[in-house]
Design a protein around this ligand. Sequence first.
Ligand SMILES: Nc1ncnc2c1ncn2[C@@H]1O[C@H](COP(=O)(O)OP(=O)(O)OP(=O)(O)O)[C@@H](O)[C@H]1O
Ligand SMILES: [Mg+2]
Length: 201
Amino acid sequence: MADIFSTDDNSTPLSPEEREGLKPRWITTRKELNELETRNILEAETWLTNQKRLDVLNDSFLRKLHKKMFGQVWKWAGEYRSTERNIGVAPYHIPTKLKALFDDVSFWVENQTFSNLEIAVRLHHRLVLIHPFPNGNGRVSRLMADMFMQQHGENRLHWGNGNLTDITDLRNKYIESLHDADRGDFKALIEFVKGNYEKSN
Ligand SMILES: Nc1ncnc2c1ncn2[C@@H]1O[C@H](COP(=O)(O)OP(=O)(O)OP(=O)(O)O)[C@@H](O)[C@H]1O
Ligand SMILES: [Mg+2]
């Protein structure tokens, strides 16, 4: 099976596994898929800007956001995965791990344990580590962190103009920073979302 993480060839036909759950049956290449997903995500952004009050720290918002971002493309949008991945918790742990995460984040906010930016970074890192959905975890978790920032009156984070999905130096740096965060070191990821890696390159 093609490794969805490492493939960077936009014209590569999607494998049968990758096509599973795809709504528009005419899609055959990654490029077409990326374009459709990007368009869907833009509509989700419009939906978000029209929301009066955002309460992002709960799993119903997470699922709703994922559905808004990917619902035109994937049948399973907004539904947690039921199979194992090489990243992420066991499927039956997803709801409890998410609840623990949202409780932790609420605690950090109430007690001002970290800056809002560091809380957003930690929220992002834990969300992708849980990996609740079959796909789109990076994108929904980046947007969740941004929405957390907005809810707290802060600017959105720097994710490299949404280019992180493509295999670039920027993406490699992002993944490296996530690996540091796995070891409890959030410095690189914090610098990354401040846009400091982009500025120095
Ligand atoms: N070793 C890793 N390799 C790739 N992604 C990783 C790794 N560790 C954590 N991740 C996270 O998982 C995400 C990829 O998961 P998934 O394919 O479900 O999301 P996506 O939205 O389709 O990803 P993306 O837009 O980043 O390509 C990455 O964006 C990153 O946040
Ligand atoms: Mg993906």
